[in-house]
Design a protein around this ligand. Structure first.
Ligand code: PEP
Length: 288
C-alpha cells in the first residue's frame, strides 16, 4: 500500500496564476516519485483549471454536500466533483466542524460521497481541552461511530473510506503530535475502525496491515522534518498536510522524505498469522 500524501490548500491561493504556479512546481518536483500517491485539494473554483494540467497528482475537494443536485445555494454536489476529475473529498475537517458541521451532516456527506464513487477522507480529532481531560479515545470513538452510522458493517461500501487523525490542537499551530503519542492513537483507531467497519483486513500488534485495510492518515503541523516519522514510527499510511502544502519546496521535501522508505504495508500478517511479502526499509529490501 503506497502512502497517500494529501495537500489541503484550504482557502488559498487567491489568484489563478498562483494556483498554476504552485501546482506546476509541485508536479515538477515530484515527477520521479514512485512510492507515494499525492493528492491536491484546492478550493472548488480551481478544480477545473487543475484538471487539465496533466500530471500524476490526484485531485480532491475540501468538502461536498449530501444531495446530488437541486436548490441548495452555495453547496457543491459530489457528482459535480466527480465530473471535475476529483477522486477524493475531505469530509468533517475540524475547521468545518467549528463552523457548525455536525456528525449527522458528516454522516450524510460520507454516504453521498461514496455513492458518487469519491473516496472520502474523514477527519476526526480531539481538541486540546479534551486531550487534557484524557478523553482522546472516547472522542475519536464517538466521532467514528456517529460519522459512520448506518454505513458500518458494509465492508464493500466502506472500503474506499480513508480516516485522517487530525488532533485539533495540532492543526496550524506548529505543535505537532509526538509520533509516539500518534502511534498510540493509530493503534486505537486501527482496532476501532476494524471493529466498526467489520473489515476482513488483518494486522499485527504494530497495526501494520494488509492491503485491504482502510488507510489511516495523520494530519496536524506536518513538515519535512517530522513527516517520515508518522509513517515509519507511528505506522500511518499517509499524511494530510495543510500549511506546509502551500510552500512547493517544503511540500516536495515532505513527499520525498516519505518516498524512500515507506513500503511497510506488505509487512503484514496474513489471516493464518504468517508473515508474507516483501517490504522496503531505508532503501533496502527485506523479504520473508
Ligand atoms: C489541515 O488543515 O488538515 C492541517 C493538517 O493543517 P496543518 O498542516 O497546517 O496543521
Amino acid at each position: 500500500m503506497e502512502p497517500l500524501i494529501v495537500a489541503n490548500w484550504k482557502m488559498n491561493p487567491i489568484t489563478l496564476a498562483e494556483v498554476k504556479n504552485l501546482f506546476n512546481s509541485v508536479k515538477n518536483g515530484i515527477k520521479n516519485i514512485k512510492n507515494a500517491k499525492v493528492v491536491i485539494c484546492p478550493p472548488f473554483v480551481y478544480l477545473s483549471n487543475i484538471q487539465y494540467l496533466k500530471s500524476n497528482i490526484k485531485l480532491g475537494a475540501q468538502d461536498c454536500f449530501w444531495e446530488e443536485k437541486g436548490a441548495f445555494t452555495g453547496e457543491i454536489s459530489p457528482l459535480t466533483l466527480k465530473n471535475l476529475g476529483c477522486e477524493y473529498v475531505i469530509i468533517g475537517h475540524s475547521e468545518r466542524r467549528k463552523l457548525g458541521e455536525t456528525d449527522e451532516m458528516i454522516n450524510k456527506k460520507i454516504k453521498a460521497a461514496l455513492s458518487a464513487k469519491l473516496k472520502p477522507i474523514l477527519c476526526i480529532g480531539e481538541t486540546g481541552e479534551e486531550r487534557k481531560q484524557g478523553k482522546t479515545f472516547k472522542v475519536l470513538k464517538n466521532q467514528l461511530k456517529n460519522d459512520l452510522k448506518y454505513l458500518i458493517s458494509n465492508i464493500y461500501y466502506l472500503k474506499s473510506l480513508i480516516i485522517a487523525y487530525e488532533p485539533v490542537w495540532a492543526i496550524g499551530t506548529g505543535n505537532s503530535c509526538e509520533p509516539r503519542e500518534a502511534k498510540k492513537v493509530y493503534l486505537f483507531l486501527r482496532k476501532i475502525s476494524h471493529q466498526l467497519i467489520n473489515s476482513r483486513a488483518s494486522y499485527n500488534s504494530e497495526g501494520i496491515c494488509s492491503g485491504s485495510a482502510n488507510k489511516l492518515l495523520y494530519g496536524g503541523s506536518v513538515n519535512s522534518e517530522n513527516a517520515a516519522s508518522y509513517i515509519q514510527e507511528a505506522n500511518f499510511q499517509g499524511l494530510l498536510v495543510g500549511g506546509a502544502s502551500l510552500n512547493a519546496q517544503e511540500f516536495i521535501k515532505i513527499v520525498k522524505s516519505i518516498d524512500p522508505a515507506p513500503i511497510l504495508q506488505n509487512n503484514c500478517f496474513a489471516a493464518h498469522g504468517g508473515r508474507i511479502g516483501q517490504s522496503r526499509l531505508a532503501g533496502q529490501y527485506y523479504s520473508y
